[in-house]
Ligand binder design. Structure first.
Ligand SMILES: NC(=O)c1ccc[n+]([C@@H]2O[C@H](COP(=O)([O-])OP(=O)(O)OC[C@H]3O[C@@H](n4cnc5c(N)ncnc54)[C@H](OP(=O)(O)O)[C@@H]3O)[C@@H](O)[C@H]2O)c1
Length: 256
């Protein structure tokens, strides 16, 4: 099975650079999709309390026969739950059938006066071992700086919308400087897959435009979590290791 590259989040935690997104899948569809993803080699599943599928994700992991330590599990605190941090993680762990997740994210920044207290609560939950790492989602660099200034601890990742059309070299550099991993979401939704440049590069390697977009994330060091409810696409979206992009192709995609 393909070796998926990882990003070191510190503290002995490594996140596989390709994960499986699960937004907008629920019930049996979510269960079957995660089962298939694990069957074909994904070892990183991205869910959230808000997605209302943690129970199906937990059951799929349990039924996969994989050891819990082989699967990297991310979930997220919903907006509005800043005052119910402990209840929320307890509910997530129960639904996911585990005693810890690998990464817990603040799904959206809370109102500014709650920004630092919520981060302090997250660090405490991590220190108690309920999650191996903590991070944020949809945060600005300024908000990240507020967390670092107050606690001396940076989020392990910031999960943000990312795709060639959103490429922002300065934003990547700002995260790198603070040692915050960039995890991109909506890589395919954020892309016009019929774009001519994409089609040309895809034809050269005998892959699909979607695969070119996902491979581009890996080339620039961005963690990517494509979602699909179709077996064939679930497989295709992990099949990124039999080709690579030249620096010129990466530069063309950066300008897409
Ligand atoms: N932190 C946040 O605020 C946030 C926000 C949005 C998303 N996310 C996370 O990021 C994950 C990915 O983002 P996303 O779900 O918004 O969008 P995405 O993964 O970019 O795109 C999913 C869409 O692309 C289609 N698709 C999948 N593979 C394809 C392929 N190979 N070729 C053509 N189309 C393909 C899917 O259709 P089918 O399912 O029909 O195949 C679905 O309609 C989410 O599932 C979620 O885990 C986080």
């Amino acid at each position: 099975m393909t070796e998926i590259p990882v990003v070191d989040l510190g503290g002995g935690v490594e996140i596989p650079m390709v994960g499986f997104g699960t937004w907008q899948m629920q019930g049996q569809i979510a269960y079957e999709a995660v089962r298939h993803a694990l069957r074909v080699g994904y070892r990183h599943i991205d869910t959230a309390t808000m997605y209302r599928n943690e129970e199906q994700v937990g059951r799929a992991i349990a039924d996969s026969g994989l050891d819990r330590s082989e699967v990297f599990v991310t979930t997220k605190l919903p907006p509005g739950n800043a005052g119910r941090v402990r209840e929320t993680i307890a509910d997530s762990l129960k639904a996911l059938r585990t005693d810890h997740v690998d990464l817990w994210l603040v799904h959206w920044p809370p109102r500014s006066r709650n920004l630092v207290p919520l981060w302090q609560d997250f660090l405490a939950v991590r220190d108690e071992g309920l999650t191996r790492a903590v991070g944020v989602s949809n945060y600005s660099v300024g908000q990240i700086d507020d967390l670092i200034e107050a606690t001396g601890e940076q989020p392990a990742v910031n999960q943000i919308p990312w795709s060639p059309s959103r490429y922002d070299e300065a934003l990547l550099a700002a995260h790198a400087k603070r040692n915050v991993g960039v995890e991109g979401y909506s890589p395919l939704k954020g892309t016009r897959l019929r774009d001519r440049t994409l089609a040309e590069i895809a034809a050269k390697y005998g892959v699909t435009p979607a695969q070119v977009v996902l491979r581009w994330h890996l080339e620039i060091g961005v963690i990517v979590i494509p979602k699909s409810s179709h077996s064939e696409r679930i497989e295709q979206n992990l099949d990124l290791f039999s080709f690579s992009l030249t620096p010129e192709e990466v530069a063309r995609l950066n300008r897409l």
